[in-house]
Design a protein around this ligand. Sequence first.
Ligand SMILES: C[S@@+](CC[C@H](N)C(=O)[O-])C[C@H]1O[C@@H](n2cnc3c(N)ncnc32)[C@H](O)[C@@H]1O
Length: 209
Amino acid sequence: MNDNKPNLDLAYALETVQDNRELYASWACDYDKDFASAMDYILPNQVAQIFLNMGGTGPVLDVGAGTGLGGQALAKLGIDPIDALDLSDEMLEIAAKKKIYRSLFTSDITQRIETSNYLYQGVISSGTFTHGHVGPNAIDNLLSVASTGALFALSINKSHWFEKGFAKKFEALSSRIEKLILHDVEIYGENSKGEHSDDLGVVATFCKV
Ligand SMILES: C[S@@+](CC[C@H](N)C(=O)[O-])C[C@H]1O[C@@H](n2cnc3c(N)ncnc32)[C@H](O)[C@@H]1O
């Protein structure tokens, strides 16, 4: 890969929220082609399918929506309405062009979310709880925008799960959530090549109490 262009290794090496803003500002236009298609990135489809299988319904908030791949997958499964939240205006501009989201919000989920007047029946996220991006404490902020009983389907990079304390976080949330299930998933499809092609994730599904 060309070191001057955004890529997965640079994304995994991010340290701060501002690092994320800068990387995704420069990646937005090429993300779908240079990353998602090139890597056969199937995680957004996996999250959407699991959300549907677990009985998920709209309205849904797609957290760290990026260019809208998770929203596209949900819409194909007949789920709506879907809103998008992301740190990056540039990623959301690409998502908006796909005309699948009811509303799009710029927000940092490591802080209190100032989104909207909406309370969601579903919250999904793919590719945002991963190396260099967002840690487990942001789940508190997501719970605050969900209705009682809302279904969550959040992908978490498998090694991040152990390194960043997601297991402990879910234990600490035990009075605020129920029906926690961890679904093992592949992040990339069979056409993926390179050192990350076998990377694994878990999709945590649970309901807000
Ligand atoms: C790997 S992309 C995933 C995008 C999309 N969900 C997908 O699967 O293609 C990670 C996204 O998380 C967003 N992000 C990173 N840190 C964030 C934060 N603190 N708050 C909200 N979004 C964040 C980035 O801007 C980026 O769009």
